[in-house]
Design a protein around this ligand. Sequence first.
Ligand code: CA
Length: 229
Amino acid sequence: MKQILIVEDEPNMRLGLKDNLEFEGYQVKLANDGKQGLEEIVNNQFDLVLLDVMLPELSGFDVCKIARERGVATPIILLTAKGEEIDKVLGLELGADDYITKPFGLRELLARIKAVLRRGPDKKGSPSEATIGRMKVNFNSYMANIDEEPVKMSHKEFEILKYLWEHRNDTVSRYQLLEDIWGYHEQPTTRTVDNFILKLRQKVEKNPEDPQIILTVHGIGYKMLAARD
Ligand code: CA
């Protein structure tokens, strides 16, 4: 699960962003001012930081500059206000990866986040596209189709499918899935995992009753069968 830090001093903005990003399947941490934000960035490994520019204590520019000077490579998207156009250039020079101008739409923000995560440092070696059974999947754009027809899948389903694909031909235990997909802060049961697997099978398998791709390993978990590429 991708972890995002939001550094934003306006409470409504901060909580609104948090709710929306969590709904999209991200794990979110919050910081209320520049100083606190810098501490979080330096001491933790986030996949992405949303950093407001106008902040108390330290500005977003300062945070960005100091973080880069300390060798932090975490992707940063600056949140700038209208009229701060000139500042954007400065922000990028100081090491931000992108910026978005307030007020912005959620879809635009999500697109920027995905784009920055896609080229983020931890993406190396991750698969972007795969053919799984009858389904073609693009893990970067979160798109899947069967016979050219788009398939509706939740973020979680994508995450699980990707995880199984990355561990293809290996047995993955239910607990491994719980830990790596859901994380410690959520407490789903192994039953939840099984339900997601059933849903995935209905999409991937020719005959979900007789799975040939996502196999059950009794008493342990699941194994995705795929040709080694
Ligand atoms: Ca602000």
